[in-house]
Design a protein around this ligand. Structure first.
Ligand code: F3S
Length: 583
């Protein structure tokens, strides 16, 4: 059995735009945002928005304060007037394509033409379209029979528009029928290209790729997703309409050779990724069970952050070489245990939103081995502090303070009464704090304790080594969040990508990498850092070029991506070791 994913599966332009607008507002505002009706027809996205303090209501009367959001489907003008009349700030996230149809309706209605909308009467988009016609005649039909029942005189000037997510074939048949009866019929092709493209791709999977089954991912309440499933069913294919990867449990695809997979325009990439990851696992479990088992083992190590701890130890070694000081195994353990402990413990203190942006397998792993992982996190943390104690007073204080800050990062430590004064209750509530804290703590613990233990390094080299580690770990942290954001796993306001937005963050990451590369070359030329800096600069430059031009840069499953990032740090440590061994 094999699975093939349709190219344009997932969020359309309008949904992505609406979500970006709302998330940008939720990053700057604290609460007080309500969408009039669900922003998208996907329960997982709605649940996620709730965790971002964006509520959803169908009852206009309930929106009395803060900001009101009009969803992609749009709303009748009187809804906007009512909200503005209450003095509310209105964020109109109506999809520009829906807005264009509303404009057609209002201008043609104003010219005295009778408006006919081909669509589902109870679909929210239709309310906006009918509202755009104002007091002028406007009918909604979904079949030739309903249209005929209107009994309009044959000479009526009619403008026909379609709901943006209507089925193209049905609309064409309907248009043919209407044209035969009404010579003064102006047909506007208002079906959205995004909808059409998804429908055409399903037909292509069926007719050209000859799939033997179809999986459609998306909300059960999403009209465009249901229509995609309808295409499969109407062609006699076994069709599975799933909302999440969990619904794959118990399904057996072995009897089918090739199965097509698509997703509705309101389905986030993170759900598609999860379903595809699970499907590919099912495929691998049948074709190569040994490889599947080895992969599960490495994923378990990554889930436990063992690889991240090792990466930290190896990176600390790079720092030691840059500082020109000796390295010790107990220091390797200190840094590894500290980073491992912080990563594991923070998973337990983070809010519920992480269940959306994290890998489902990691979530299951954390649920299943909860107590063991608590023990691992606490044990590693205690080990790093004890290790610091034996290394000396200063390393001990460094690790202890960094551990306390790390553990309390997601905990409400500021009393409620101080909220007005400070503006936050947790360090995590500070905008973009996560990336800054991760980089600072990681670099501080990796550089300064060793400097005070060894006491042979020069202060300028220590500062340069610290800047190097701070930038490398900071870029890692921001890039991972950016990658999460690009996959529609919604990151929080504690991250740079949500504060700056994806494009500005991408530019920031590019500039930081270029700055890091130039800085490393310069410091090597000036002999402020050893020639290892040339090697590191060239490596980082090559990585950067690969990421810039690689199509897969953001599309890897989370665990694989995290593991690869960890392996790069480990490899940098090996390169530094070889450099020192050869030199
Ligand atoms: Fe807009 Fe088309 Fe999506 S109308 S909301 S881009 S399906």
């Amino acid at each position: 059995m094999k699975f093939i994913l349709a190219e344009s599966a997932g969020f359309c332009f309008g949904v992505r735009r609406a979500l970006d607008l709302v998330l940008a507002e939720s990053a700057s505002k604290k609460g007080g945002i309500a969408t009039y009706g669900p922003l998208v027809h996907n329960p997982q996205v709605i649940e996620l928005l709730k965790l971002r303090e964006v509520s959803c209501t169908e009852d206009l009367d309930q929106i009395r304060e803060g900001m009101a959001v009009i969803r992609t489907h749009g709303a009748p003008p009187e809804v906007l007037d009512t909200l503005r009349g209450r003095g509310l700030e209105v964020l109109d996230a109506t999809c520009p394509k829906v807005r264009a149809v509303q404009n057609v309706v209002s201008t043609h209605a104003a010219k005295g033409r009778h408006i006919v909308v081909f669509g589902e009467k109870d679909h929210p988009e239709i309310a906006g379209l009918v509202g755009a016609a104002g007091a002028h005649p406007c009918a909604v039909v979904l079949s030739a029979a309903e249209f005929d029942a209107l009994q309009l005189p044959a000479e009526t000037a009619i403008t026909l528009v379609a709901q943006t997510t209507a089925n193209r074939q049905q609309f064409n048949e309907f248009t043919k029928h209407a044209k035969e009866r009404y010579p003064n019929l102006d047909v506007r092709q208002t079906i959205c290209a995004a909808t059409e493209k998804r429908q055409e791709e399903v037909l292509e999977l069926i007719n050209e790729r000859k799939v033997q089954g179809l999986i459609v991912i998306g909300g059960h309440n999403s009209g465009n997703t249901r229509r995609l499933a309808g295409i499969g069913e109407s062609h006699g294919l076994p069709t599975w309409h799933l909302e999440t990867a969990e619904e794959l449990a118990g399904l057996d695809f072995k009897p089918y050779g090739l199965i097509g997979v698509t997703a509705g325009a309101s389905t986030p990439s993170w759900i598609i990724d999860r379903v595809m990851t699970r499907l590919r696992e099912m495929e691998e479990e049948t074709t190569n069970p040994l490889r599947a088992r080895f992969k599960r083992f490495v994923e378990a190590l990554t889930s436990m952050h063992i690889t991240t701890g090792l990466a930290a130890g190896f990176l600390a070694y790079v720092g030691a070489v840059l500082m020109g000081v000796g390295f010790r195994l107990d220091f390797f353990l200190l840094v590894s245990c500290y980073v491992l402990s912080m990563h594991v413990l923070n998973r337990f203190t983070e809010s519920g939103v992480d269940k959306f942006r994290d890998d489902p397998k990691r979530l299951v792993f954390y649920r299943r081995y909860r107590f063991g992982l608590w023990a691992l996190g606490i044990g590693a943390g205690v080990a790093s502090v004890i290790d610091g104690y034996f290394l000396g007073v200063i390393p001990f204080i460094f690790v202890l303070v960094a551990s306390i800050i790390g553990v309390l990062y997601s905990v409400r430590v500021v009393p409620k009464g101080w909220m007005g004064l400070l503006g936050f209750r947790r360090l995590k509530d500070i905008a973009a704090s996560k990336n800054f804290f991760v980089a600072s703590a990681w670099a501080l613990v990796s550089i300064f304790p060793l400097f005070f233990v060894d006491q042979t390094g020069s202060a300028p080299r220590v500062i340069l080594a610290f800047v190097f580690l701070f930038l490398v770990t900071g870029i890692r942290s921001v890039w991972l969040d950016l990658s999460d954001m690009s996959s529609d796993r919604l990151v929080g306001r504690e991250t740079v990508p949500l504060v700056l937005g994806p494009e500005r963050t991408r530019r920031l990451v590019q500039r930081l990498i270029v700055g890091l590369v130039v800085g490393l070359y310069l410091t090597a030329v000036l002999e402020w850092l050893p020639s290892l800096a040339y090697v590191l600069a060239t490596w980082i430059l090559l990585e950067f070029l690969y990421l810039e031009f690689s199509k897969r840069r953001f599309s890897l499953p989370t665990l694989t991506r995290d593991m690869l990032v960890d392996l790069h740090f480990i490899a940098a440590g090996v390169v530094a070791w070889l450099w020192r061994a050869v030199g």
